[in-house]
Design a protein around this ligand. Sequence first.
Ligand code: ADP
Ligand code: MG
Length: 702
Amino acid sequence: MKPVNILDTPIKYLKGVGPVRADLLKKELNIFTFNHLLNYFPFRYVDRSKFFKIQDINSDASYVQLKGNIKNIQKVGKPRAQRIVAYFEDETGTIELVWFKGLRWIINKFKPDEEYIVFGKPAYFNGKYNIPHPEIEAVSDGKINLGEKLQAFYSSTEKLKSKGLDSKGIGRIMKNLIVAVKDYIPETLSTDILENLKLIPGKESLLTVHFPGNQQILEKARARLKFEELFFIQLNLLKLKLLRIEKIKGHKFPVVGSFFNDFYNNNLPFDLTNAQKKVIKEIRADLGSGKQMNRLLQGDVGSGKTLVALMTMLIALDNNYQACIMAPTEILANQHYATVSKMLSGLGINTRLLTGSTKTSLRNEIHTQLQDGTLQILIGTHALIEETVKFKNLGLVVIDEQHRFGVAQRAKLWKKNVIPPHILVMTATPIPRTLAMTLYGDLDVSIIDEMPPGRKSIKTAHYYDKDRLKVFGFLKKQIKSSRQVYNVYPLINESEKLDLKDLMDGYESITRAFPLPEYAVSIVHGQKSSKEKDYEMQRFVKGETQLMVATTVIEVGVDIPNASVMVIENAERFGLSQLHQLRGRVGRGADQSYCILMTKDKLTNEARQRIQTMVRTTDGFEIAEADLKLRGPGDLQGTQQSGILDLKIADLIKDEKILKYSRKVAADILEEDPHLEMEKNIPVLNQLRYINKNKPNWSLIS
Ligand code: ADP
Ligand code: MG
C-alpha cells in the first residue's frame, strides 16, 4: 500500500481550524486539504521594518506604518452614525485614525504620552488622509515583532473574517500548518533543473513565501514557485501532445481530389491570400502524415479562416470521410451553413445544419444520413457533441470556438470515431501569445497574418450620447450611398429586462429618426425565436432594411459585406475583445467602413482606456494584449471553465519570460526522457501524477 500523503489531510484536522472554519475555507477559498492551504499564497507583503512619515503619505501608499503619539481621541457624529477619531502625530504632521466599530473599547485604550506604532491603509476623504481601523500597538508592549520584517497579507472574505480568519488569522493557521508538514514537503523538481536554473528548493520556497526573512529570499522563492507552476502546466500539455503522436493513429488523407480541385477551379470567387495558402499547406502536411492533426488556426477577424476550414473539409471528402463544423452560437452556425452552401453550390455535396432548433423529423433524417454516410458535411452548434449524433466515418472536426469549448469538450469529439478525427480549432479573435501557449499549448499553431486585398482600414470614432443627432446625420449620408448600418446594444445577461428596455428604446428612437417608407429597420435580440431572428437577418442580408438594431447575438462571424457602419451603443460596457469582434462585422467589402463607439459622458479609467485602444488600433493581436493587461486572464471570455488558468502565483502578463523558458525546459526533458523514466526525473513524474490526480480536466484527455 502507498503511504498516505500528509499533505492530503482534510483541512479540518489542522490545529486552529476545526469543522466550522473548514467548511468556510472550502466554500470561500476552495481549500480542502493541507496542500491547498500550503498553496494559498499571500497577495502582498509589507515591510514592517520601515516607518513612514505622516507628511509623506500620498495616494500611492498602500499600507503605511507610523510611529508617534495620540494627541486627542474623541467620539464624533450623531448617535446613529458615530465614529471615533484619534489625532495621531509624529514629528512631521498629524493624521486622523478613524474607527466605526468597537467604539467603547477603543476610547479607553490609548494614553496620550505613550508611543504607538500604527499600521494601516490610508484613505483620502474630505481633502485629507485618514487611516480607518488601523492596527495599533504601544511600543512598550514589545508585542510587535520587528524581527519578522516582511508581513504577508492573504486575501480573505467577509464570512471568513467573521470566524477569525482575516489575513492575520490565516497567517496563524499557516504557522500551524508549516509546523505540521515541514518535514513532509517533497521536492518536485529534479536536481538538474534546480541547478541549471539556480532555483531554490521547493520546501524552502514554500516556507519563505509564507514567512519571508527578507526581500531577496522572497524574490527567489516566488520565482521558483512561479516556474514550478508554469512548468507543470507546460509539461502536461506537451506530454499530452506527445502521447497523441505516439499512441493515436490518425486518418491518412493521401489525396487531394475532385471536390477540392473543382471548388478551387470553378467556385472560388477570388485568389487565396499567401497566408491562406501557407496555412492550407501546413494543414495538408498534417492530414497526409498518418498522425492525428490537432491544430489551432489563429487569424484576425475577417482574415478568411472560414474559407480555410472549408477547403480542409473538402480534402476530407476527397478521401471519403465526413467533416463537421461546430460553432458557439446558433446564429453563427446558420451563417456558416449559408456561406458554405453557397460556396459549394453546384458541387453536389450533401451539407446539412443541426442545431438546438432543428425539428425532430429533420433531425432523424440527419442521423440516418450521418450513419449511412450520405451526409458529407454537417454544420451545427453544441448539438453535434450529443451522444445520439453518430457518424459513419468522421474524418475532420472544425471548431470555431472563441474559447467557448473547453478542453474536455474537445475531447468528446474525438470519441466520435474509433480513430479520432483530425481537429482544427479556429479562434474568432486573436489571443495573446502567453494565453495561447497556456490554453492551447498542446496544439500546433497556424497563423493567418494577412488580410484579403483591397480592405480599407476601418475608421473608428468615439462619440458621446449627446452627439447623437450628428451621428444620425452621418448614418443618413451613408445610407444614401447604399450602405447598411448595424446598431448594437450590450446584453450582458440575455434575461435582463433593463438591457432589453435599452434596446427597445433605442429601436424606437431609430425608427423615429429613420421613418418608413424611406427607411426600414430590422431588429434582432435574444427574446426572439430563431425563426424571427432568421427572418430579420434575411431582410437585412437582402438589403430590404438599411439598419439592423441588435444585441450582441451578431457578435461573432456574421458576414454582410454591404454593411459598412457599426454603431456600438453603451460601448463602455463591452470588453475589448467583444468590441473588436463587433467592429469586425464591417470592413468586409471594398468600401470605407466606420465604427462609432457611443458612450455616456462619464467613463471609468478602464473604460476610457478600452475606448482609446479601439480608436488607436485595428490590430487584433495588439487589442488582445491590451485586453489581457487591463483585465487579467481570469476575466477573459470563457477562460474560467478551462481551469488551466487558475494560476496561484504566476501571472501570464508579468511572467511571460518564465512561461517561455518553462515550456522550453519541459520540451527538453520530454525530448530526452519522453516517459519520464529516468532516475533523475522521479520527482517530476511524482509531482505530475500528484497534480493530475486532482485535475479531472486533464485525465479526460489521456
Ligand atoms: P474570419 O477569419 O473572421 O472567419 P471570414 O472567413 O468570415 O473571416 O472571411 C471574411 C470575408 O473575407 C468573407 O466575406 C470571405 O468571403 C472573404 N475572403 C476570404 N478570403 C478571401 C480572399 N482570399 N480574398 C478576398 N476575400 C476573401
Ligand atoms: Mg469567422
